[in-house]
Design a protein around this ligand. Structure first.
Ligand SMILES: *[C@@H]1O[C@H](CO)[C@@H](O)[C@H](O)[C@H]1NC(C)=O
Ligand SMILES: *[C@@H]1O[C@H](CO)[C@@H](O)[C@H](O)[C@H]1NC(C)=O
Ligand SMILES: *[C@@H]1O[C@H](CO)[C@@H](O)[C@H](O)[C@H]1NC(C)=O
Ligand SMILES: *[C@@H]1O[C@H](CO)[C@@H](O)[C@H](O)[C@H]1NC(C)=O
Ligand SMILES: *[C@@H]1O[C@H](CO)[C@@H](O)[C@H](O)[C@H]1NC(C)=O
Ligand SMILES: *[C@@H]1O[C@H](CO)[C@@H](O)[C@H](O)[C@H]1NC(C)=O
Ligand SMILES: *[C@@H]1O[C@H](CO)[C@@H](O)[C@H](O)[C@H]1NC(C)=O
Ligand SMILES: *[C@@H]1O[C@H](CO)[C@@H](O)[C@H](O)[C@H]1NC(C)=O
Ligand SMILES: *[C@@H]1O[C@H](CO)[C@@H](O)[C@H](O)[C@H]1NC(C)=O
Ligand SMILES: *[C@@H]1O[C@H](CO)[C@@H](O)[C@H](O)[C@H]1NC(C)=O
Ligand SMILES: *[C@@H]1O[C@H](CO)[C@@H](O)[C@H](O)[C@H]1NC(C)=O
Ligand SMILES: *[C@@H]1O[C@H](CO)[C@@H](O)[C@H](O)[C@H]1NC(C)=O
Length: 474
C-alpha cells in the first residue's frame, strides 16, 4: 500500500508541476465590497448584531483555510513572513490525516473524519454533532463564509461559473462542497436557520460592514485563492488583497479577535503532515507577536481552544484526545489549563488516510459510533449528545468492520445526492472545463465512493477528468 501510494504520488506531483498557474485577479473591488457577478449569490439578509458572549482570551475566533502547501513553502514566502512578524507562528501544527481529499475539513468541526478517504458526495447523519451545537448551546453567534458559494446553504457538489481570471477561457469551478465542512453535516444543512449561516462572500461584505460579524467563523476562499488549483504566490496575492485590509478593519479584527491562518494539509505526502499555521489578530498578546510556539497542535486544537475559551462542552471525539487537541498555549495559560505536549518522534504520523475504520470508509466500514460519553472539555464541561444518538454504539462494541467494496455494496445510509436543494443553473457547466485534472472516487477503490452515488453519477464524475487514484493530493 505504501509503495503504490508513493509511486502514484510522484506521478501526481509531476502532473501538478506542469500546470500553469494563472495570474491573480481581484474578485471584488475590496474585501468589504460586494461583487455580484463574481461572488454570484446576492447578499442575503445581513446578520443582526447579537449580544457578545465574552470569552476568557478572545471574543471572536476566525479561521481561514488554505490548501495543500508544505510548511517550508508557506513560511518562506514574503507574505507569510509579514504575518509571522505580526503574529505567532505555530511551529508544530499538524493536519490530522492525509493524503487526498477533505477529511481534515470535517475533522475540524466534528472531531473525527469517520475513515473518509475519498472525494465522494457525503452527507453525515443528524446524530453526529459539530462545534455549532456547542456554540448554539451558549448563544455564541457563528457563520461560515464560502467564496463563490452560489446561494446560502447551497447543497450542490460544486459550482461552475464564468472564468473571471480569463474571460476567454471556458467556465470554471471555483466552489466545491468538500471545502465547506458544516454543510456536509445534516444537523446543519437540514435546519434552515443553520443552513442560512453557510454564506458567501457577498454576505461577508455586508455582515462586516453592518458590524454584525459573528463570534466564530470558518472561511474558505475559492479554489484558486486558497491555492488548491494554484500556488503559494497566488495565495499571497489573494491574502494581500483580502486579509491585509481586513486586519485593519475593526469590524473584522478588533482587540478581542483571534485569527488562525492555516492549511488543510501539506503537499508532500512523504513527510509528516505539518502545516504552516499563524495566529493573528488583536487578541494575541503583544509579547507573542513575531515569536514561535512549538507546542504540538492539530486541527482538533481549534475545537479544544474555543471550548476552553467560552466554557463549551466537548464533542467527545478527537477534540477530547489530550494528545491531539492541545489548547493554544496562551489561551491554556490564561485559564490555568495544562497541555500534554509532545515533540520529535512522539509526534504521530498523520500522513496516511484510508486505513481507519469508519462509516465513510467502504473498505473498513463500521457504523457511525457514539462519542466518548464520559469525556469532558478542557473547560470541564460534558459531552454534547445529539438527539437520537445511540450512546451504547461505541468503538468497543461496534460490529466488526466489513469490506463493503469487496462485497460490491454501497455505504449504507445514502442520504446525499449531488445538486439537491441547489442544483447549478443550466447555463453553467458541471464538467468543470478549465479546471486542472482532478480525481474521482479516489481512495484507490472504485467502490469507495460514498453515500447516494449511483453507477451513473460516478460515470458522470469521470467524464473529462483524469483519474489518478490513491496519492492524488486534492
Ligand atoms: C434580523 O432581524 C430582523 C428583525 O428582527 C429579522 O427579520 C431578520 O430575519 C434577522 N436576520 C437574520 C439573518 O436572522
Ligand atoms: C526555505 O528557506 C530555508 C532557509 O533559507 C531553506 O533552507 C529551505 O530550503 C527553503 N525551503 C523551501 C521549500 O524553499
Ligand atoms: C440563549 O438564548 C435563549 C433565547 O434567547 C435563552 O432562552 C437561553 O437562556 C440562552 N442561553 C444561554 C446559555 O444564554
Ligand atoms: C437566502 O437565504 C435563504 C435561506 O435563508 C436561501 O434559501 C436562499 O437561497 C438565499 N439566497 C441567496 C441568494 O443566497
Ligand atoms: C485564456 O484562455 C484562452 C482560451 O482557453 C487561452 O487560449 C489563453 O491562453 C488564456 N490566456 C491566458 C493569459 O492564460
Ligand atoms: C479595545 O477596544 C475597545 C473598543 O474599541 C476599547 O474601548 C478598549 O480600550 C480597547 N482595549 C485595549 C486594551 O486596547
Ligand atoms: C520560528 O520558526 C521558523 C520556522 O521553523 C524558524 O525559521 C525561525 O527561526 C523561528 N523563529 C524563532 C524566533 O525561533
Ligand atoms: C512543547 O515543546 C516544545 C519543544 O520543546 C516547546 O518549545 C514548547 O514550549 C512546549 N510547549 C508546552 C506547552 O510545554
Ligand atoms: C489519541 O491520539 C493518539 C495519537 O494519534 C493515539 O495514539 C491515541 O490512541 C488516541 N487516544 C484515544 C483515547 O483515542
Ligand atoms: C447514527 O445514525 C446513523 C444513520 O441513521 C446510524 O447508522 C448510526 O448507527 C447512528 N449512530 C449512533 C451512534 O447513534
Ligand atoms: C477491500 O476490498 C477491496 C476490493 O476487493 C480491496 O481492494 C481492498 O484491499 C480491501 N480492503 C481491506 C481493508 O480489506
Ligand atoms: C462538480 O460536480 C459534478 C457532479 O455534480 C461532477 O460531475 C464534477 O466532476 C464536479 N467538478 C469538480 C471540479 O469538482
Amino acid at each position: 500500500m505504501a509503495s503504490s501510494f508513493l509511486s502514484l504520488l510522484l506521478l501526481t506531483t509531476s502532473a501538478l508541476g506542469a500546470t500553469t498557474v494563472p495570474s491573480f485577479v481581484a474578485p471584488a473591488p475590496a474585501p468589504t465590497a460586494t461583487s455580484p457577478s463574481i461572488y454570484v449569490g446576492a447578499s442575503n439578509t445581513t446578520l443582526n448584531k447579537t449580544t457578545v458572549v465574552p470569552g476568557k482570551s478572545f471574543d471572536r475566533f476566525i479561521q481561514i483555510w488554505l490548501e495543500n502547501t508544505d510548511f517550508d513553502d508557506a513560511v518562506n514566502s514574503t507574505q507569510f513572513q509579514k504575518y509571522i512578524k505580526q503574529g505567532l507562528l505555530l511551529n508544530s501544527y499538524y493536519a490530522v490525516t492525509h493524503p487526498s481529499v477533505k477529511p481534515n475539513y470535517i475533522a475540524s468541526v466534528s472531531g473525527d473524519f469517520f475513515g473518509m478517504h475519498d472525494d465522494a458526495f457525503y452527507s453525515i447523519p443528524n446524530n453526529i454533532s459539530t462545534v455549532v451545537d456547542l456554540l448554539d448551546a451558549k448563544n455564541i453567534s457563528w457563520a461560515s463564509y464560502q467564496e463563490n458559494e452560489p446561494s446560502d446553504g447551497y447543497l450542490g457538489f460544486n459550482f461552475t461559473q464564468p472564468n473571471y481570471l480569463n474571460t476567454s477561457a471556458p467556465p470554471y469551478t471555483y466552489y466545491v462542497r468538500k471545502h465547506n465542512p458544516l454543510i456536509i453535516f445534516s444537523s446543519v444543512s437540514s435546519v434552515p436557520a443553520r443552513a442560512s449561516l453557510i454564506r458567501n462572500f457577498n454576505d461577508f461584505a455586508v455582515d462586516v460592514n453592518a458590524g454584525a460579524y459573528p463570534q466564530w467563523s470558518f472561511i474558505t476562499p475559492n479554489l484558486v485563492n486558497d491555492g488548491h488549483d494554484t500556488d503559494v504566490g497566488f495565495i499571497s496575492s489573494w491574502l494581500e488583497f483580502w486579509l491585509d485590509p481586513l486586519l485593519a478593519d475593526e469590524n473584522f479584527n478588533d482587540n478581542r479577535t483571534l485569527i488562525l491562518l492555516t492549511f488543510d494539509e501539506n503537499e508532500n505526502g512523504k513527510i509528516n503532515n505539518k502545516v504552516s499555521s499563524i495566529l493573528l489578530g488583536g487578541a494575541l498578546p503583544a509579547n507573542l507577536k513575531g515569536t514561535n510556539d512549538s507546542t504540538y497542535y492539530t486541527h482538533y486544537s481549534t475545537l479544544s481552544t474555543v471550548q476552553l475559551n467560552w466554557g463549551l462542552g466537548t464533542l467527545g471525539r478527537g477534540d477530547a484526545n489530550k494528545t491531539m487537541a492541545n489548547v493554544f498555549s496562551f489561551v491554556a495559560d490564561a485559564a490555568g489549563y495544562k497541555n500534554e505536549n509532545i515533540t520529535g518522534a512522539a509526534i504521530p504520523l498523520t500522513n496516511f488516510s484510508g486505513t481507519y475504520p469508519g462509516a465513510l470508509n467502504a473498505n473498513i466500514y463500521i457504523p457511525f459510533i457514539a462519542p466518548n460519553v464520559s469525556a469532558v472539555s478542557p473547560a470541564g464541561q460534558p459531552v454534547f449528545l445529539a438527539p437520537g444518538l445511540n450512546t451504547s454504539l461505541t468503538l468497543a462494541n461496534a460490529p466488526a468492520p466489513v469490506n463493503l467494496t469487496a462485497k460490491g455494496e454501497p455505504l449504507p445510509g445514502g442520504v446525499g445526492t449531488p445538486g439537491v436543494g441547489g442544483a447549478p443553473p443550466a447555463a453553467t457547466s458541471a464538467s468543470g472545463a478549465g479546471a486542472k485534472p482532478t480525481t474521482a472516487g479516489g481512495g484507490g477503490t472504485s467502490g469507495a465512493v460514498g453515500f447516494g452515488r449511483t453507477a451513473a453519477s460516478l460515470a458522470a464524475v469521470c467524464v473529462g477528468v483524469v483519474v489518478v487514484g490513491l496519492g492524488m493530493i486534492l
